[in-house]
Design a protein around this ligand. Structure first.
Ligand code: IPM
Ligand code: MG
Length: 362
């Protein structure tokens, strides 16, 4: 029996995760896989009911499940809460408490979606990048942190960027292992010309690379990387980087791919994983059947692959998504007026994926 935790969260989170759950149930049923979902509120929704963004109960459900499907958290309503109570804290607590140190964010350009990218076709065509972002360390979690009185009427805000060799080693290993199954290139991104913590990052990744003679390692400073991503996105294979640089570069990479509504993610600690679209809760389009569910559906596919050893089902979902795109189904974020385009809502997109899956399983 597969046990899945379901945390739809806020904003469009429930709408998009609903579609992903429909798809998961469909492929499990067709393949007679038994499963159960346990659902709980997280983020702002949890704050409204329980006065905290994540409860002990939700954490327990997450810990006892094989994998977590997460929608999105956040919204205008909760923006002025103290940082400890904000919806985002749910995400950070889950990442930290489950030890999900490896965040995989693939950014792949679908040929049929090339027009959705604001960049020129011949630049983005063929782009297929895997960003491996360190997720439980670095400036997001380093101590000391906080806002302190300086004593002379001023305040000082502090965050700490720290990495240990062990933290760097384990994320580097994930990146090299992934590169083995891809085009065998790892690019480590840092700011080693200025920051000691990333000087250690660079040295440690180089050390790990000695165990992977078949993989080509290169290094780039983050400022240069953000430029090269726009200039020649096709040249990238696997990018391994720190928590904050990965946060920023993955949003940038999503625009190369066309829409942030298309990009899935997996946050892993071995087989244990949490799966979520990289987009946020999009409060401006909540409840209007406008959100693109494909990022969450593709996250569900990653769940099958990385946590549940159901690779062939993952392949089928990915194929179905590709076909749906090919057939012209488009939510607002990827809409174009090209002939054959079918303007679709969240639900229609989910239906289209199920229709494709039906013919794939036939
Ligand atoms: C992401 C998000 C989160 C992050 C926020 C919501 C805390 O931007 O997953 O990329 O910064 O990690
Ligand atoms: Mg982000």
């Amino acid at each position: 029996m597969i046990k899945l935790a379901l945390f739809p969260g806020d904003g469009i989170g429930p709408e998009v995760s609903n579609e992903a759950v429909r798809i998961l149930k469909f492929v499990f049923d067709v393949n007679r896989v038994s499963y159960e979902f346990e659902e709980e509120l997280v983020g702002g929704a949890s704050y409204d009911s329980y006065k905290k963004p994540i409860t002990e109960k939700a954490l327990k459900i997450a810990k006892e499940s094989d994998a977590v499907l997460f929608g999105a958290v956040g919204g205008y309503k909760w923006e002025s809460l103290p940082i400890e109570l904000r919806p985002e804290k749910a995400l950070l607590t889950l990442r930290y408490d489950l030890g999900l140190y490896a965040n995989l964010r693939p950014a792949k350009v679908y040929d049929d979606l090339i027009d959705a990218s604001p960049l020129k076709k011949d630049i983005v065509s063929g782009t297929d990048i895997m960003i491996v972002r360190e997720l439980t360390g670095g400036i997001y979690f380093g101590q000391p942190r906080g806002i302190f009185d300086t004593g002379n009427g001023q305040k000082k805000g502090i965050n700490t960027l720290a990495y240990t060799t062990e933290e760097i080693k384990r994320i580097a290993i994930v990146a090299f292992e992934i590169a083995k199954k891809r085009r065998k290139k790892v690019l480590s991104v840092d700011k080693a010309n200025v920051l000691e913590s990333t000087e250690l990052w660079r040295e440690t990744v180089a050390e790990v690379s000695k165990c992977y003679p078949g993989i080509e390692l290169s290094n780039m400073y983050v400022d240069n990387c953000s430029m090269q991503l726009i200039r020649q996105p096709r040249s990238f294979d696997v990018i391994v980087t720190t928590n904050m640089f990965g946060d920023i570069l993955s949003d940038e990479a999503s625009m190369v791919a066309g829409s942030i509504g298309m990009l899935p993610s997996a946050s892993l600690n071995g087989k244990k994983g949490m799966y979520e679209p990289i987009h946020g809760s999009a409060p401006d389009i909540v409840g209007q059947n406008k959100a693109n569910p494909l990022a969450t559906i593709l996250s569900a596919a990653m769940m099958l692959r990385y946590s549940l050893d159901l690779d062939s089902l993952a392949d089928k979902i990915e194929k179905a998504v590709e076909n749906v795109i090919k057939k012209g189904f488009r939510t607002l974020d990827i809409y174009s007026s090209a002939p054959g385009t079918k303007a679709s809502g969240t639900k229609e997109m989910g239906d289209a994926v199920i229709t494709e899956l039906k013919s794939i399983f036939k």
